[in-house]
Design a protein around this ligand. Structure first.
Ligand SMILES: [Zn+2]
Length: 340
């Protein structure tokens, strides 16, 4: 992946790429800005570009060096994360069987950073140490890394990644060249989410709530999608003889007109799956494969039931567009399902 794949950070990338091309990378960078806007990705790209065999100021992503860095096995590139994360990934073991901390601790600075930097370079042109997130370093760890920040060994770059850079000690901050990352324009986040397979509605809502963070927007869209899917599962499991359960469901999902509409759209997709299975049996591939058990159960009611349910859903969608009360529209939809 080249630098061009990081969106909306032209100024930050411009500064770093100019330094790369001049062969004059600074010895310590602080990539600072909101969460989820490409700081971590940029840090890793910088490590790749500095060691890429193409030597053109970018990361080709395909040469052995780029690939080793992407897999985290390049001997000259070290990524330091909170102790607990590294322990979970099997990349670090706290001394004396201590429970791993949520911080980056002083042991990690001594055992990983200092030790790595005391060895000679192995195969890269530049050693790179990435601390992500740098503000996870507790004070002892920050003090321990000061000396390295002040007098790093030659051909070495430290990259501190932080979404709360002001929480770092002033002594640490002042020894780094700060590269500010901006929040992303909403339109850009929406575009990326749609590229990642979200509907424009989902994408817009997620982007609005994420305040210019693509990472947050992706997580939110993911969460919404999961919620919608669980809505379909819930609807599929509603008992035919429990009107109270339908009313509860309609009240819950009818709390937002937008969500009620999206649920109905997804129900239509699901009912197409149900119809296909009812008509053609288990060999038919499903649009919503994760919902297969619910789909097969509903398919046993036969194709007529699936068509009938789809009609109810379409009526509900029309009612929602004509400003009907969302809980009422959903309730009528379910009455149609069970007593049409
Ligand atoms: Zn490369």
């Amino acid at each position: 992946m080249p630098f061009a794949d990081v969106i909306g950070q032209d100024r930050a990338l411009g500064a770093l790429q100019a330094a790369l091309r001049r062969g004059s990378l600074h010895h310590a960078y602080l990539l600072a800005g909101p969460e989820g806007v490409g700081k971590g990705t940029t840090a890793r790209l910088l490590a790749q570009a500095a060691n890429c065999e193409a030597e053109d100021g970018d990361a080709c992503g395909a040469c052995p060096s780029c690939r080793k860095i992407a897999r985290g096995v390049h001997p000259d590139v070290l990524v330091v994360e909170p102790e607990r994360d590294m322990a979970k990934a099997g990349r670090w073991e706290p001394k004396g069987g201590r429970t791993p901390s949520r911080d980056i601790v002083v042991d990690q600075v001594r055992e990983l950073v200092d030790r790595r930097l005391s060895l000679r370079r192995f195969e890269g042109r530049r050693r790179v140490v990435i601390l992500d997130p740098a503000d996870a370093m507790n004070h002892a760890a920050q003090n321990a890394i000061l000396k390295t920040l002040e007098e790093p060994p030659p051909d070495t770059t430290l990259i501190l990644v932080s979404s709360s850079a002001d929480a770092l000690l002033a002594t640490v901050r002042s020894r780094c060249l700060r590269i500010p990352f901006a929040p992303l324009p909403e339109g850009m986040v929406v575009e990326r989410l749609v590229q990642a397979g979200r509907t424009p509605d989902e994408a817009r809502r997620a982007a609005e709530l994420a305040g210019g963070s693509l990472g947050k927007a992706l997580a939110r869209a993911e969460e919404e999608t999961r919620e919608l899917w669980s809505g379909v599962e819930e609807a599929a499991a509603l008992p035919a003889d429990d009107a109270r359960a339908w009313i509860e469901f309609a009240k819950g999902w009818g709390a937002s007109r937008e969500e009620a509409g999206e649920l109905c759209e997804l129900l239509l997709v699901w009912l197409r799956d149900v119809l296909a299975r009812a008509v053609a049996g288990p060999a038919v591939p499903l649009a919503l494969a994760d919902l297969a058990p619910a789909t097969d159960a509903a398919a046993r009611l036969g194709p007529a039931a699936a068509l009938h349910r789809a009609e109810s859903v379409k009526r509900a969608l029309r009612a929602l567009r004509q400003n009907a009360s969302p809980p009422l529209a959903l309730e009528r939809m379910l009455i149609g399902w069970f007593h049409g």
